[in-house]
Structures are given as structure tokens and as C-alpha cells.
Design a protein around this ligand. Structure first.
Ligand SMILES: Nc1nc2c(ncn2[C@@H]2O[C@H](COP(=O)(O)OP(=O)(O)OP(=O)(O)O)[C@@H](O)[C@H]2O)c(=O)[nH]1
Ligand SMILES: [Mg+2]
Length: 328
């Protein structure tokens, strides 16, 4: 039995920026609390107030180091920053996230920074449903910017892109190269590319490869029917994702990265892309929640209904289409 919490008190305290209240609310999201809908209703008015930036790339590419350097620069500019490190691959808070905490220690005592590792344990909707809600909690706490770091490759990164206004795809020489990134489908989600560890040999080669892959991907994308079906996205093709070289461990290139993020944001605003992206995101989020409800109705205490129908289908008493229509 879960303990009932006083949601409005928690939300009031979170809006005042109390770190413990913010943490508690994100835990409610993570645990898929029955009180989550109440939380969501109360924080909805604060939605859409932050710039949401996703950082994604292969393990060890330097996402956390870059995030930390970005936080420092943004704090210098007086912004309140939220950091969400999401690990979709593991249901537990793993070692990688512990490493992040250590790297983030510079900001641990700063009241203008909220740092949170998040696993999607228990959340049936997975990352797609939990992370956007966690971002809203950080917005309610007054964050001007929310940086979302995802550990993992492939699908999870694509999901991060789905929740960010601007997605920074990171690569580093010799690891997670451009070809691999292209195969994993993460090149097309990059609004800004960051080749980190530019102090290492091969950085210029990575930049060159990336540039070639990106322009190749763009032209393929333009002829793709998915793109032509979506006119706004094709207007979006006017944005050419820049490539920034950084040495995050020495805070080099961070200002350039911030500048490209700013340009992307400006461009989105000028072309009405920001709102369109957010509408799409909200639609995906609602869809995930609806699917979750359907899935739940077929499992748990209602599981026997599905089982009974399945047995009838096997014995030929019922066809699966009629069964599905009945269970719907
Ligand atoms: N040489 C060099 N090392 C770097 C640079 N940036 C980060 N590193 C190092 O690379 C290692 C991994 O960095 P992280 O920031 O933890 O990478 P990450 O992408 O967050 O890793 P995961 O969260 O485990 O996927 C650390 O030892 C960093 O100190 C860089 O620009 N140059
Ligand atoms: Mg990390």
C-alpha cells in the first residue's frame, strides 16, 4: 500500500523551489503513483515555460561532462537549470548514474540547479510517458532550461528527441562514429551535433564523416514520403544542423555549443516549429497514456478476460477480431 501524499502542499513547495519537494514529485512520476494525475493537473499551468534540451550519444561520449559545463555556463547567465539523467536501459539506478552524480558535484549545493537521475521503474508507459512529466515538474520548480541526458543507444535516444525542443547528438573520435550513429537512426534527430573529445586524434575525421553523413541523410529524408506528408517538417529542412567541436573536460567549445542551441531556438520560434514540435510531443504523450490504459485493462485484475478469450480463440469458439472488439 502506497502512502498518500498531500499533493497540493508538495506542489506549492516545489514551486517555491524546495529541492526535496521537487525530488518527491519526480519520484511520484517515476513510480507511476496513483496520485500522478493529481500532480499533473496541478502543475499543468507551469508547462511549456522551459527550454528543453536533449543530449544524447553513445555511452562515454561525454554527455555528463558536457551537461555539467553547460550548467555552469547557464548558471553564469543567471538561469535556473534542471538536469534529468534518464537511463531507459535499466530499471534500476545504475553505476553510470552514480558517475554522473560525482561529475555533477560542482553544482550539488547550488539552489539554482536541480539534478535528478531517473529510471522508469514501474512506469508502464516507459520513458515516453514518464520523462515529459518529470520535465514539467522541473518547469514548475522554475527551471528556465531543462537538460535531458540519456544513457543508451538507439530507440531510447529517439525517444529523448521526442521530448526535447532541441536535440544535441554527441559523437567522439573513435567511439560511436558517424556511420554507427546513422545506423542507429540518431543522425536524423540531431538539431545540433557535438563532436566532443576534440583533444583526441581523429576529431576532424569524425567531423568530416559526420558532415557527409548528415547531408546524405538530409537529401534521403527530403525524398522520403514521411517528410513530404508533413509540410511543416519540410519547411524545417531549412535548418542545417551545425557541428560544434568541444573538449568538455576543459570546457572548450561550450560557448559555441550554447550559441548554436540559441540559434536553433530562435530559428524554431521564427518558423513556428517550436509550437508544432510541442503539439506533436503532447500527442505522442497522450497516445502513450491511452495505450497504457488499454494494456492495463488487459492485465492485472482483468487478465483473466484476456486469458479466457485467448482460450476460446484457440478452441475455435471465437475469432481474434471479435475477441479484440469485445475486450476493447
Ligand atoms: N579527453 C577527453 N575526455 C573527456 C572529454 N569529455 C569527457 N571526457 C571523459 O570521458 C569520460 C566519459 O565522460 P562522461 O561525461 O561520463 O560521458 P557520458 O556520455 O555521460 O557517459 P555515460 O553517461 O556513461 O553514457 C570521462 O572520463 C570524462 O572525463 C573530452 O573532451 N576530452
Ligand atoms: Mg553520463
Amino acid at each position: 500500500v502506497r502512502r498518500q501524499v498531500d499533493v497540493s502542499d508538495l506542489v506549492t513547495r516545489a514551486r517555491r523551489g524546495e529541492p526535496r519537494a521537487v525530488a518527491r514529485l519526480i519520484t511520484l512520476v517515476e513510480d507511476d503513483s496513483p496520485q500522478l494525475q493529481e500532480v499533473a493537473t496541478q502543475i499543468a499551468p507551469a508547462s511549456g515555460t522551459a527550454q528543453v534540451v536533449g543530449l544524447t550519444g553513445a555511452p562515454g561520449v561525454g554527455k555528463s561532462t558536457t551537461t555539467s559545463a553547460l550548467v555552469k555556463a547557464m548558471r553564469g547567465a543567471g538561469k535556473k537549470v534542471g538536469v534529468l539523467a534518464v537511463d531507459p536501459s535499466s530499471p534500476f539506478t545504475g553505476g553510470a548514474l552514480l558517475g554522473d552524480r560525482i561529475r555533477m558535484q560542482d553544482h550539488a549545493t547550488d539552489p539554482g540547479v536541480f539534478i535528478r537521475s531517473m529510471a522508469t521503474r514501474g512506469h508502464l508507459g516507459g520513458l515516453a510517458a514518464a520523462a515529459p512529466q518529470a520535465v514539467r515538474v522541473l518547469e514548475a520548480a522554475g527551471c528556465d532550461v531543462v537538460l535531458v541526458e540519456t544513457v543508451g543507444v538507439g530507440q531510447s535516444e529517439v525517444e529523448v528527441a521526442a521530448l526535447a525542443d532541441t536535440t544535441v547528438v554527441m559523437l567522439a573520435p573513435g567511439m560511436g562514429d558517424a556511420v554507427q550513429a546513422a545506423k542507429a537512426g540518431i543522425l536524423e534527430i540531431g538539431d545540433v551535433f557535438c563532436v566532443n573529445k576534440a583533444d583526441r586524434e581523429g576529431a576532424d575525421t569524425t567531423v568530416r564523416e559526420l558532415r557527409a553523413m548528415v547531408s546524405l541523410g538530409r537529401s534521403a529524408h527530403a525524398s522520403d514520403h514521411k517528410a513530404s506528408a508533413d509540410r511543416r517538417e519540410s519547411a524545417e529542412s531549412a535548418w542545417r544542423p551545425p557541428i560544434v567541436k568541444t573538449v568538455a573536460s576543459r570546457e572548450e567549445g561550450i560557448d559555441e555549443l550554447l550559441e548554436e542551441m540559441r540559434k536553433h531556438r530562435e530559428w524554431m520560434a521564427a518558423h513556428d516549429v517550436l509550437r508544432e514540435r510541442r503539439v506533436k510531443r503532447a500527442a505522442a504523450e497522450i497516445e502513450a497514456l491511452v495505450l497504457r490504459t488499454v494494456r492495463m485493462s488487459l492485465s492485472g485484475p482483468h487478465g483473466p478476460r484476456l486469458r479466457r478469450a485467448a482460450e476460446q480463440v484457440v478452441s475455435g469458439e471465437l475469432d481474434p477480431y471479435t475477441a479484440a472488439a469485445t475486450l476493447n
